[in-house]
Design a protein around this ligand. Structure first.
Ligand code: ADP
Ligand code: MG
Length: 265
């Protein structure tokens, strides 16, 4: 599936962007909206999603401000991953709306959503899902290669992340030759390498011990703040959520914001 050859047959940078979604930050209608969601980069409104007879979301609404790190918390099976997948244009809701940069994405065609994910979003999952046949630096370079960058350029940009994430010397290792925490930091670099506008992370520390998990989350939040990347991170760990600017709780398929600490109920 992933062919990484050195033969000079790489497509010119940008070629794979043809047919991409013509949505740019410049064309985004900025300014306040009637519901006051100014500065909101991604939003779900009344999203309903079922898998067969199983309801996963029953009218979930959430909006994320540009540059914000939002933690999505809640018990197992409550609909967190489904909400993340709807926000990221992986799943299409049965009803309700999902908007990114002021435009509906739930009504886009599959190829348009796929281009949106490739060009504007980054992803990190619980089990990093590195391609085992590829080296760490090739794994990090993948999003750039898929977007049409030349191999040498993609690998050079990928390598810049190794020092930053404490991975020096692991560039040519394969996933079987790294610890879980190292592999997850490689997955984090892959999620961030193409400077996505939104990084979606689904339990990125869920398979790690607490020290490695803390390290991944601290690097993730520092890098995101550095690049101004908006982050939606699903977690059920309060220690992980502590890195976020704000939390929403998903319960039985709906999302609510917890009262601020110290609020009178
Ligand atoms: P969480 O991430 O909070 O653990 P999920 O969003 O994965 O919750 O799941 C919400 C509900 O939807 C659960 O009841 C789960 O079993 C169900 N579900 C999720 N994905 C699927 C799927 N692909 N097929 C069938 N049921 C699913
Ligand atoms: Mg989940």
């Amino acid at each position: 599936m992933y062919s990484l050859n050195d033969s000079g047959t790489d497509p010119p940078a940008g070629r794979l962007r043809e047919g991409g979604v013509p949505m740019t930050a410049e064309s985004t209608p900025a300014g306040p909206t009637p519901d006051g969601s100014a500065g909101c980069v991604i939003e779900a409104r009344d999203v309903v999603k079922s898998f067969g007879q199983t309801p996963a979301l029953r009218g979930a609404s959430v909006s994320v401000a540009r540059g914000e790190i939002l933690a999505v918390m809640g018990p197992s099976g409550s609909g967190k991953s489904t909400l993340l997948h709807c926000l990221a244009g992986i799943l299409v809701p049965d009803s309700g709306q999902v908007s990114f940069a002021g435009r509906r994405i739930d009504s886009l065609r599959e190829n348009e959503r796929s281009a949106l994910r490739r060009d504007r979003f980054g992803f990190v999952f619980q089990f990093g899902q590195l391609v085992p046949e590829l080296t760490a630096e090739e794994n990090v370079a993948l999003p750039l290669l898929l977007a049409g960058a030349r191999r040498t350029e993609a690998l050079a940009r990928a390598r810049e992340w190794f020092g930053r994430l404490g991975l020096d010397g692991l560039e040519t290792h394969r996933s079987g030759e790294m610890s879980g925490g190292q592999a997850q930091r490689v997955a984090l670099a892959r999620g961030l390498v193409a400077s996505p506008e939104v990084l979606f992370a689904d339990e990125p520390t869920g398979s790690l011990d607490s020290l490695a998990g803390e390290q991944v989350m601290s690097l993730l939040s520092a890098a995101a703040r550095d690049q101004g990347t908006t982050v939606v991170v699903v977690t059920h760990e309060p220690r992980v959520a502590a890195y976020a600017d704000r939390k929403v709780i998903v319960r039985d398929g709906t999302a609510t914001s917890p009262a601020p600490a110290g609020a009178v109920s």
